[in-house]
Design a protein. Structure first.
Length: 757
């Protein structure tokens, strides 16, 4: 037996050693599916399959990177670098860039994120003289996105009777015309949105037989992770790519199909056995994550679904404690209970903050838990807040970088042409748009050729000259960081942020500094795709555009995590609080009258249960405010599906602490017997480091005058000692110990420090 097969259970090894023909691996929660998938790829390579002929598709960059790392570690070589492993969007983006000319796109096409796409739609709605409050960009975007994921182009959309009836019913009969204009505008701008990366891949394979033959010949073995989350477009593309060899391996769990609102359909995995002859089905039912009690609850709950692939999770782990079912008077009491229980568990069982997760059905529920955790001085991270790359100052900076790479990108040109202010007003921009439409030219062509367009402005000419000077740096071979640094220096963007001394201004300035740090890191680390690092600006922009929320890190991971159940998929925690188990909240009121919708809500409940490794609390409140009204709640029907033998019920009233033993009550009763407990409590209650007030007439000193051992002052972090220095004139970096604020690496050209002594 090969070393990499050691440690696999019987079913896992069967899945790994299956070579040719279609294979469906039904991987229950916590059953080691990632290990099976990566070991299977390693086994294929060990059996002589060329890694260039293996395609593995995932849903997050993090999962793809983890798979590649595991394969390299398993085989002890670097052959994994030749694998095509990545998200659907990142892999298809690579293919589309290589084949862009077939579709009439430049190979350096821009990828619009959701905000970019909505901005284009907003402009089109305005151009068509429609009411933006009625044709809301978000609503229109969602309709267009759903159409693309169903492989419906603008012509098909306008000719589909059912679609037109739906738009007429909502009194939005012109969405088809907006879709048509949007598709043309994106094409003119040399841009694709996220949905286009799937839709255009489908178009490429269906309209260009040579491209289909090329990639069918390239990919002899195809593996898809989280197959239950695929939509119609992904399903169709996979069918086409795998039609020649039919060596398709799908890994997933129908019981964890929870993304129908994104277009995913559980039918893809349920009907896999009907799509191919001689399908090998392997069920992974041994769970390595949770206690048997937690699994018993999960099995009983999901067993109520009719439309499923039967399986029974089991484990060799310990039996575990009963599930705590807690009823509170109000949602505020629910928040207080969770905070108290976390403190109690930390004291009794020595859990860290990061060992806890609070899972809820909707983001709106987070308030009471945030307040409860703040009250107890428990640090937490709200997962699903504003993404770093969605902050205005970051999008402004990236807009410059995108325009440098693709001057056809009208949306981003409009974003930056007068930012920072350079005297180009809204009226001038509207004249340029009108002229570009009259001449059927791009925005850039109009502003860069005044003799053709008849639009003359020294301010516009200065902007064009600046962008051209940045583009010249690409021709000189400058990398992404060199370009980004030049943009920050010569546009005045960084200086404008630096001049804003408000708390918000300092935060924006520090965010831009972090962006520059990330670009610097990008140019100095190996490529996650396994190829030699492409340090170009275009390569960097593609990587960060395709990032998902799940891929973003946290500099301080020891925090309680607050998130929706959807955001928790794929994660695990020793202790989980599953909150808000009330009718009309969970299950959602919108899912109560359709079996398919209700079964997805139950799958969501199943996913939440199986995030817990050791302890699980289920809570519900008698009343909570919803839409400004105090609502009395019935317990969720899902609670009735949990076997009573596995529950430990308790109640906490509005004026009482939890009967299971609140943290505060435990302290009050135990200080005399356990004096060390009070010291620890005092330590846990230590306030955050105070905000620093800069010295009057603060003036930054020359970064090159700074030396190791000097004491310096930062406007936010206060006084610190320089521990180390690295880099040259333009990129000098210092590591500084700021005492209570900790050690930080600062880019001196942007951070501005005052030498104290």
């Amino acid at each position: 037996m090969q070393n990499y097969l050691v440690g696999l259970n019987e079913q896992q090894r069967i899945a790994v050693e299956h070579i040719d023909g279609p294979l469906m691996i039904v991987a229950g929660a916590g059953s080691g599916k990632t290990k099976v998938l990566t070991t299977r790829i390693a086994h294929l390579m060990h059996r002589g399959v060329d890694p260039f002929n293996i395609l593995a598709l995932t849903f997050t960059n993090k999962a793809a990177a983890e798979m590649k790392e595991r394969i390299e570690k398993t085989l002890g070589n670097t052959d994994a670098r030749n694998l095509y492993i990545g998200t659907f969007h990142s892999v298809f983006a690579r293919v589309l860039r290589a084949e862009a000319n077939k579709l009439g796109y430049p190979n350096n096409f821009t990828i619009y994120d959701t905000d970019d796409a909505k901005s284009v739609i907003k402009d089109i709605v305005k151009d068509m003289n429609l009411d933006e409050k009625h044709y809301k960009p978000a609503y229109v975007y969602n309709r267009i996105s759903a159409a693309k994921n169903s492989l419906i182009d603008p012509v098909m959309y306008k000719n589909d009777t059912l679609i037109q009836q739906e738009d007429a019913r909502t009194t939005r009969p012109l969405i088809g015309d907006i879709y048509d204009a949007y598709a043309k505008r994106c094409f003119k701008n040399g841009a694709m949105d996220f949905d286009d990366l799937l839709f255009k891949m489908y178009v490429l394979l269906t309209h260009f037989p040579d491209a289909l033959a090329k990639y069918q010949g390239r990919f002899h073995y195809i593996l898809i992770d989280e197959y239950q989350d695929t939509n119609l477009a992904q399903y169709a593309i996979i069918k086409m790519l795998g039609a020649r060899h039919e060596n398709i391996c799908v890994v997933g769990d129908d019981a964890q199909s929870i993304y129908s609102f994104r277009g995913a359909t559980v039918q893809n995995i349920l009907q896999f056995q009907d799509d191919y002859e001689d399908v090998k089905v392997v069920k992974l039912e041994q769970n390595y994550r949770s206690t048997q009690t937690i699994l018993n609850v999960a099995n009983n709950v999901i067993g109520n679904n009719k439309n499923q692939i039967p399986k029974e999770l089991w484990t060799s782990n310990k039996e575990g404690e009963k599930i705590m079912l807690v009823r509170t008077m109000t949602d505020n009491d629910e928040g207080k209970f969770v905070a108290d229980a976390i403190k109690e568990q930390q004291m009794r069982n020595h859990y860290a903050n990061k060992d806890f997760a609070v899972l809820y059905r909707t983001n709106a529920q987070s308030r009471s838990f945030e307040e409860g955790l703040r009250r107890m001085n428990i640090p937490y991270k709200l997962v699903g807040g504003t993404s770093f790359y969605q902050r205005k100052e970051i999008k402004d900076y990236l807009a410059y970088l995108r325009v440098i790479v693709n001057s056809q990108d009208e949306e981003n040109i409009k974003r930056i042409i007068n930012y920072p202010t350079r005297g180009i007003g809204k009226t001038s921009i509207e004249k340029i748009i009108i002229r570009s439409n009259e001449l059927n030219k791009t925005f850039w062509e109009v502003i860069s050729q005044p003799e053709m367009s008849g639009i003359h402005s020294s301010n516009i000419e200065g902007f064009v000259t600046m962008i051209r000077s940045f583009r010249a740096l690409i021709d000189q071979g400058k990398n992404a960081y060199d370009l980004a640094y030049a943009v920050g220096k010569h546009t005045g963007l960084v200086q404008e942020l630096y001049n804003d001394k408000s708390v918000e201004g300092l935060a924006r300035y520090e965010n831009v500094q972090e962006l520059l740090n990330s670009i610097k890191e990008f140019t100095e680390t190996p490529d996650e795709e396994g190829e030699l690092r492409d340090k170009s600006l275009g390569s960097y922009l593609q990587q960060i555009t395709l990032l998902t929320d799940a891929d973003e890190g946290d500099n301080d991971p020891d925090k309680v995590k607050l998130m929706t159940i959807h955001a928790a998929k794929g994660l695990e925690f020793p202790c989980v609080f599953l909150v808000g188990l009330e009718e009309n909240l969970f299950p959602s009121s919108m899912s109560l009258y359709d079996r398919a919708d209700l079964e997805e809500e139950r799958r969501l409940f199943y996913v939440a249960i199986t995030r817990a490794k050791e302890r699980l609390w289920i809570t519900h409140a008698n009343s909570r405010y919803r839409f400004g009204q105090l609502v009395q709640n019935d317990p969720s029907r899902f609670i009735e599906e949990v076997p009573a033998a596995h529950l430990d019920r308790t109640f906490t009233g509005a004026s009482n602490r939890p009967q299971v033993g609140g943290f505060q009550g435990m302290l009050n009763n135990s200080f005399e017997k356990m004096p060390s407990l009070k010291k620890l409590a005092d330590k846990l209650a230590t306030p955050a480091p105070p905000t620093h007030t800069p010295t009057a007439n603060f003036i930054a000193d020359d970064p090159m005058a700074m030396e190791i051992g000097m004491q310096v002052e930062h406007q936010k972090f206060g006084f610190g000692n320089i521990l180390s220095l690295e880099g040259g004139v333009n990129n000098r970096i210092a590591e500084i110990d700021f005492g209570s604020h900790g050690k930080k690496k600062i880019m001196l050209n942007f951070a501005k420090l005052r030498i104290v002594r």
